[in-house]
Design a protein around this ligand. Structure first.
Ligand code: ADP
Ligand code: MG
Length: 298
């Protein structure tokens, strides 16, 4: 590269960095003034210092985002063993790590029995997104519902929702454990409606969609909630044995193969899959394929 081309590249970079720092005047004036003062040779050093500022700001932002995310610090990719998951799910998680789903405001729905790694996997994804500079918020579903209820009581619900809106991704952990009374279901619906098609939601649940009536206790409301959430969503099926059970087994000398958990079923419960077929006629009739972005039926 000629010296001249190099200089103009450095100047462009200086302007770009200054724009990023909201210092437009510095960006516009630095180069001509250095040149006029016979100091063009110092421009690479200026660029170098600005790059350092950029890097530090990025690191500080990630630290801030990580703190604000409330993500459990230990649940990262470093402590997660993806090879326990079916290849398809591994592939899905790999793709999601790029964060491209945020641009589509797609939702992620992680289903599977307790202990199959849903929370850990979604937190690891959350950490990855934070590293890339995205605003993520992790919360147990029951806690968020209680907080929203309290906010509503204090007539602060819109404000609480606005606060959540700062986050590009909201991870609602363990929706299945929430036994909704009507007031709880209502704030949850308000939240879903608020984020619908604008911001991503990540939900983990050990209840498949067809069991969500038990969460919302109202078939119509459930249909509405499912409709909203499933529209543009990626279904992640954690169809694996419980990690806790497996870990316990590894430490147990005598192993009884009959006690191994069957994915998505428990004794006395029908084998359930992500399945809509008993639902209203305007809902998708087929089981959504894992990773499939579902389109709402017109
Ligand atoms: P779930 O949310 O599906 O109930 P968790 O994510 O809480 O399951 O996982 C249960 C425990 O097992 C957690 O301590 C988690 O860190 C660990 N665990 C689950 N899957 C994995 C995995 N693939 N690699 C490492 N640890 C795992
Ligand atoms: Mg969990």
């Amino acid at each position: 590269m000629s010296a001249r081309a190099e200089t103009s590249e450095i100047s462009a970079r200086i302007r770009e960095l200054c724009r990023g720092f909201h210092l437009p005047t510095v960006g516009a004036e630095a180069e001509p003034r250095f040149v006029a003062a016979g100091q063009a040779g110092a421009l690479p050093t200026l660029a170098e210092v600005l790059e350092m500022e950029d890097e530090d700001r990025r690191a500080r932002r990630v630290t801030r985002l990580r703190y604000a995310s409330k993500l459990p610090p230990g649940k990262t990719e470093a402590t997660f063993d993806p090879t326990r998951l079916p290849p398809k799910l591994q592939h899905q998680l790999g793709e999601l790590a790029s964060g491209a789903f945020l641009e589509r405001s797609a939702n992620l729905l992680a289903f599977g029995l307790p202990g199959t790694g849903k929370t850990h996997a979604m937190c690891a994804l959350g950490h990855r997104l934070v590293e890339a500079g995205h605003a993520v918020y992790f919360t147990p579903a029951y806690r968020l519902v209680q907080e929203l209820l309290a906010a509503k009581r204090d007539l602060m619900l819109p404000r609480a929702l606005r606060k959540l809106d700062q986050f590009e991704v909201l991870i609602l952990d363990d929706l299945g454990y929430v036994q909704q009374d009507p007031a709880e279901a209502e704030v949850l619906f308000t939240l879903l409606a608020e984020r619908y098609e604008r911001r991503s939601l990540v939900i983990t649940s050990n209840r498949v969609l067809s069991q969500w009536e038990q969460i919302f206790r109202n078939p119509l409301a459930t249909a509405a909630a499912i409709d909203r959430i499933v529209h543009h969503s990626v279904i992640l099926e954690f169809d694996v044995p419980s990690y806790r059970t497996e870990a316990a087994k590894r430490t147990t000398a005598s192993e009884n193969p009959d006690t191994s958990e069957r994915p998505l079923s428990r004794p006395g419960e029908p084998v359930e899959t992500t399945n809509f077929k008993d639902k209203k006629k305007n809902e998708p009739k087929t089981r959504p394929k894992a990773g499939e972005v579902m389109k709402r039926k017109k």
